[in-house]
Write a new protein. Structure first.
Lengths: 200, 568
């Protein structure tokens, strides 16, 4: 019995400290010092949010660069689960193992589409594999260059110009060491839209 | 594999070495209850907590009393978390209208967080209100980490004290670790994460129109504050379903590196705190060296294996150069992913920045093996050190048998009681892991929830119980919950936590009561490479004997199936 009072009181005290005061302080300071990041790094175009710089979007039209396949799903009102790529309200990977038949069949179908689009080129692995979050905002530089012919054709743009645009959007390793070079798909597509709007 | 990748791994290990002394100094100072800390504000909070609870921090407890206080605290934690999860629909800070968590899931989650496991049979953004995340779950991240460190400190006092009847005061250890070690670092750490892009807001999910004209709903929340303690406390329970693969939990390659590093800060620091408390820092560095060897072996294996392609996909004309990208994020790079994946399972963290279920068979075997060996590679905060010291007890016992001398460790005679308690703790883990797996792969109610077919399905079930009893919480996440899994995983996690903690405290009590035998020419030195090699050997041989058959049925057979191009 002598243990119950300290157990309850200390739990309550630590709860007020680490469960209430701590997140409130971080929220207060974070909102003041880093308002954009603290609210989800939203990108505003013409006064409206068009996405988050950190969250990928489901691009399917030939005139946009596409992100990686995404395994996220959504649950319909009738309880059925359906595929919903880049559902940022339900992050998930495919969780398919390396010897999964479903994985092989999915990749085979995607490879077929990509080979038709850009024959004879090696297929970048990230363009046919789903990310862990299903929300990966990035693709590898190779995956971006792979899509240049399709995007240039759909937008009636010069391939070299689109290639230059990709090159200018490659983000290198942080401090030259951490991570891998990548291209943020949403930011690349926003630049692509601007290019056209500028009449170039 | 690239030169830059290996450089990143080397830099990581160098930083772990550098942080060990400062972190150890802080913990050893916090462990010294007799000396007040004299920190403004925090000191007032500490004293206020003691006063309100009616606790005298200087009153020493024997091991039974220490264990009883710890268990009473855990019971209070369980009831609080369970109540909040069940009632969250009526509580504030629920902008996305999450309903009550079902009873079996609430039980499973409460056990999972109070045991420092953070196994999650739910997706955070689709299940938990902000109130539940902050007030129920993040608080457990703090207290389960602090309780783990407290038990490790008590265990070390067993070695450092002579002819003593007490091993410290649980309440004082719990409060001091939380207030002086975990909280101040988390404040700085969480702000760093916000700067890098982790959200910290009470605003609900936002829905916007995408560039292409579709609708996208983006879940938000007070993410950064929870992420910091989730990593530093080696808890691992994600705010979002995708855990640290989610760009809001882990926005950049830099946060990925820092998050992996923060898993090891207190685990590595405790080896030094141990050295300081027993009066010889070299004892701590010997422990550090044994852990470091095992870490480097694991991270190198994951990096080498996952940098290679899945041959089944290469046969479909996928370019092999990027390695196995299924379930991985582009921004972290393969070396960053390998560091994170090995650190999270060397310790009992269990956060993931890539999906283990989609690792190649041998790549996925490393996290599993790390946990099977007892998560003593720096380990969970606290549990890693006392887990490792139990293996050290076995090692000196075997060395003693070989030369026909009563074994000693740090001047304490290791006798029947200590060895029995150690074996109890060491054998309970595989019994729970393998016993429950055996049950789950034959009962239809369990197999119905396994998503993968063939040997990978076996790995999925094995990984779950290994992760649960190891209090890790990472998963081959294709597994989905039902009442069978909720209940058995709950038991599995409690066995893994308390059937190790209580024997650890019993050993501490029995060691503290002993005299210290002065070192003589016949004493086996426990600071040299011979000792390090012996402990590593004991860990690998015991792990191998217990788990090799199960690994052969899962990842090893799957590896050969993959090479042969077989799919299931």
């Amino acid at each position: 019995m002598k243990y119950f009072r300290p157990a309850l009181v200390i739990l309550l005290g630590i709860t007020l400290l680490t469960g209430v005061a701590y997140p409130l302080v971080i929220t207060g300071v974070g909102q003041l010092a880093f308002p954009s990041q603290a609210n989800g790094s939203l990108i505003i175009r013409d006064g409206k949010p068009v996405g988050s710089a950190l969250i990928g979007q489901d691009f399917t039209s030939p005139g946009y660069f596409h992100g990686r396949p995404s395994a996220t799903t959504a649950t319909l009102a009738n309880g059925k689960t359906v595929a919903a790529p880049y559902n940022a309200d339900n992050s998930t990977g495919s969780n398919l193992g390396p010897t999964s038949k479903a994985l092989r069949d999915r990749v085979a179908a995607d490879v077929k589409k990509l080979e038709a689009e850009n024959p004879g080129q090696p297929i970048p692995a990230d363009l046919v594999t789903t990310s862990g979050s299903g929300l990966d905002p990035d693709i590898s530089p190779a995956a971006a260059y792979f899509q240049v012919p399709r995007v240039a054709a759909a937008r009636h743009l010069d391939r070299a110009m689109v290639r230059r645009l990709v090159a200018s959007h490659i983000v290198g390793r942080t401090l030259g060491l951490f991570g891998a070079p990548h291209v943020n798909v949403l930011e690349l597509n926003l630049a692509l839209d601007k290019l056209k709007a500028g009449g170039m | 594999m690239t030169f830059l990748g290996w450089t990143e791994i080397a830099l990581f290990f160098a930083l772990v070495i550098l942080v060990t002394r400062p972190a150890g100094g802080l913990l050893a100072r916090v462990a010294d209850n007799a000396r007040p800390m004299r920190v403004p504000v925090l000191g007032t909070i500490e004293r206020g907590l003691y006063r309100a609870a009616g606790v005298d921090p200087a009153a020493e407890q024997g091991w039974v009393s220490y264990a009883a206080a710890m268990l009473a605290f855990k019971l209070a934690c369980f009831l609080a978390v369970y109540a909040i999860l069940r009632l969250q629909a009526y509580l504030p800070l629920n902008p996305d209208g999450q309903g009550a968590v079902p009873p079996d899931l609430a039980y499973n989650t409460a056990v999972s967080f109070l045991t420092n496991t953070n196994w999650q049979f739910y997706g955070g953004e689709t299940t938990m209100s902000y109130f539940s995340q902050m007030v129920a779950l993040a608080v457990q991240n703090f207290t389960s980490a602090a309780a783990g460190i407290a038990v490790a400190l008590a265990f070390v006092r067993g070695f450092s004290r002579r002819s003593a009847s007490s091993i410290g005061n649980f309440w004082a250890d719990l409060v001091r670790v939380t207030v002086y070690a975990l909280l101040p670092i988390c404040i700085v750490y969480a702000l760093f994460l916000v700067w890098q892009g982790a959200p910290e807001t009470f605003h609900g999910a936002i829905t916007l129109t995408t560039l292409q004209g579709g609708k996208q709903t983006i879940a938000l929340g007070p993410v950064a504050s929870q992420e910091a303690i989730k990593m530093l406390g080696t808890n691992g329970g994600g705010f979002f379903n995708a855990n640290s693969a989610h760009p809001f939990e882990n926005p950049t390659a830099l946060t990925n590196f820092v998050e992996a590093f923060s898993i090891f800060v207190f685990g590595a620091g405790l080896t030094n705190a141990f050295g300081r408390m027993v009066g010889d820092e070299r004892q701590g560095w010997a422990v550090f060296a044994a852990m470091g060897l095992l870490f480097l072996a694991g991270v190198a294996t994951i990096y080498a294996v996952e940098s290679g392609p899945n041959p089944i996909l290469t046969a479909l004309h996928v370019a092999p150069g990027m390695g196995n990208m299924e379930g991985k994020e582009v921004r972290f790079g393969m070396a960053g992913t390998a560091i994170f994946s090995s650190a999270t399972t060397d310790a009992s963290c269990g956060a993931v920045d890539a999906m283990f279920e989609s690792f190649l068979p041998l790549g996925g075997m490393v996290p599993m093996l790390n946990i099977m060996l007892g998560e003593i590679i720096y380990g969970g905060v606290g549990s890693g050190l006392y887990g490792f010291l139990m293996f050290a007890i076995i090692a000196v016992f075997i060395a003693g048998l070989m030369v026909g001398r009563t074994p000693e460790y740090l001047g304490k005679k290791i006798e029947a009681r200590e060895v029995k308690m150690t074996m109890l703790a060491i054998l309970c883990l595989p019994l729970a892991m393998l016993g429950f797996t055996a049950l789950a792969v034959v009962l239809p109610v369990a197999t119905a929830q396994i998503s993968a077919a063939g040997p990978h399905g076996f790995s999925e079930a094995l990984y779950a119980y290994v992760s649960g009893a190891g209090n890790n919480g990472s998963a081959f996440a294709g597994l989905s919950a039902n009442t069978f899994w909720d209940v058995t995983m709950g038991i599995d996690m409690m066995i893994g936590r308390f059937f190790v903690m209580v024997p650890a405290l019993a050993i501490a009590g029995s060691l503290a009561a002993k005299k210290i035998v002065p070192a003589s020419s016949g004493t086996f030195p426990t600071t040299g490479p011979l000792f390090v090699g012996l402990v590593v050997g004991v860990i690998l041989i015991m792990g191998g004997l217990i788990f090799f058959p199960a690994l052969a049925l899962g990842p090893i057979v799957e590896h050969f199936a993959m090479l042969a191009g077989t799919t299931y």
